[in-house]
Ligand binder design. Sequence first.
Ligand SMILES: Cc1cc2nc3c(=O)[nH]c(=O)nc-3n(C[C@H](O)[C@H](O)[C@H](O)COP(=O)(O)OP(=O)(O)OC[C@H]3O[C@@H](n4cnc5c(N)ncnc54)[C@H](O)[C@@H]3O)c2cc1C
Length: 440
Amino acid sequence: MVPVEARLRVVIVGAGLSGIATAISAALSGHSVEVIEQAKELAEVGAGLQITPNASRLLQYWNLPASLWEAAAEPTMLTVHRYSGQVLALDSSFDKNIRTKYHAPFVDLHRVDLQQALYARSQELGVTFHLGERIEHIDFDTTTVRSVTGKIFSGDLIVAADGLWSQCREAFVGKKDEPIPTGDLAYRIVLNADQISDPDLKALVQNPEVHFWIGPGAHAVGYSLRGGQVYNIVLLVPDNLPPGVSRQAGSVDEMRQLFVGWDPILNRFLTYVTNVDKWRLMHHGEMEKWVNDTSNLVFTGDSCHPMLPYLAQGANSSLEDGAVLGLLLGNMTDKAQLPSILRLYESLRKSRGEAIVRETFKQRHDFHMEDGEEQRKRDEIFASQLGKEIKGAFPSRWTCPEVQPWLYGYDAIKEVKKAVAENPDLFSQQTTPRSFCQIL
Ligand SMILES: Cc1cc2nc3c(=O)[nH]c(=O)nc-3n(C[C@H](O)[C@H](O)[C@H](O)COP(=O)(O)OP(=O)(O)OC[C@H]3O[C@@H](n4cnc5c(N)ncnc54)[C@H](O)[C@@H]3O)c2cc1C
C-alpha cells in the first residue's frame, strides 16, 4: 500500500480486460481509481477466452470470486490435427503438464464470466465506474479526459485501455491512427451442449479438451467452456469483408463451404450453427513509446499491442500489463517518482508485448501453410515428435519447448519484485522536497 502522500488518482479509459485488470492492481496498491467506459453495461462481446498460466496466476493472486473457477473448463488434452483430421501433435496430459511446469492452470472461460468476476472484485476494492461515457478528448496539460456527454474526469495519470480503436492512441500520436487488417477474419461460434444431439460431439464438449485443425490459409480451434456445458469454435480464414467493415453477420453456408473436405468431426459441429458473425482481425504497427513526455498517459492492452489471436495472448498479456503497472505503482513513496515508474513499466512490458505480437504472425505462417513442400517438412517435424517429449523448435507454439516457457512461465508479480530490487534508487528517492516544505 502506498503512503497517503503518494496516492494517485488514476483515470482508466476503457473497462475491457486490460482496463479492469489495471483498476484492480492499482486499487490493491492503494490508489484511487476511476474507470470510464463507453458501453452502458459490461457484457464483453465475443465468446470464449483461453486463459494461460501467465494470466491465471494473476486471477488467483487477485482473489477473484470462486464462481469464476466454477465457470471455467480446464482442458485435459491439446491436439493439433491436419485439416483432414490426422493427428499431428498431441499432449494427452496437457492440464497436468501445465500445472507441473507453471504452477497455475490453463483454463477456458466465457469472456462475460471473466469480465464480471473482475468487475465484482474491482468494485469490492472501491473502484468507481462511469458507464455510458465515451471519451472524445484528452487534455494532457491538465490530465483530464472529456466524454461526449461533456463530463470531465481528471487525475494524476490516464491509462489508455481503450482497445484496438484507441482514441487515446490517436490523441497521443496527434493524428488518425486506425488499425490495419491482418488479412484474416474470425467466425466465432458458441454452441450449448444441450443443442447437440450427436453423442460423439456431446462427449467432446462435456470432456474439456483443445483441438486445432490446420489447413491451407485457415485454421479452426474448438474448446469447451463452463465445465463442458458450452462449446466454443473459432474459424480463422482469409478476410473477405468489404473495406471499412470490421464486423458483420456472416452466411452460414459460406462458412461451411470454406471447410468442405476438412475433418468430418469439425464439419459435424458446423451443422449445428444457425447464425454466425465475421470479425475482421486487425493490428497496428509498433508504437515508439507507451508513455507520453509529460508522464501522465500510459498504454495497456490492445491499445498498444493488438495481435492475432493465434496464441490466445491478447487478453492474457493485457492482464499482465495491468498487473505490472498496478504493482509498480504500489511501490511509490512519492508522486514525483511517477515518470521513472512509467518508464520502468514501459521497459518491462513493451518488448514482451511486441515479441508476442511477432510470434502470433509466425504461428499463422506455420498453421496456414498451403499443401506442398514446406507443409510436408512441417508435418515431418510434427510426426518425428508424436508420442515423445517434444525437443527443439516446434510448429505449434502451444506446446513448443522454446516458446511455451517464455509465454506461460512469465510471472508478473516476480518480474515487478525483481525490477524493484534492481532499482533501489528509483523507489527510495525523495524527489519532492517534502521535508523542506514541512519545515517551511
Ligand atoms: C477471435 C478472437 C479470439 C480471441 N481469443 C483470445 C484468447 O483466447 N485469449 C486471449 O488472451 N485473447 C484473445 N483474444 C484477444 C483479446 O480479446 C483482446 O486482446 C483483449 O480483449 C484486449 O483487451 P483490452 O481491454 O485491451 O481491449 P478491449 O477488450 O477492446 O477493451 C477496450 C474497452 O474500451 C472501451 N472504449 C473504447 N473506446 C472508448 C472511449 N473512447 N471511451 C470510453 N471507453 C472506450 C470499449 O468499449 C471496451 O470496453 C481474441 C481476440 C479475437 C478477435
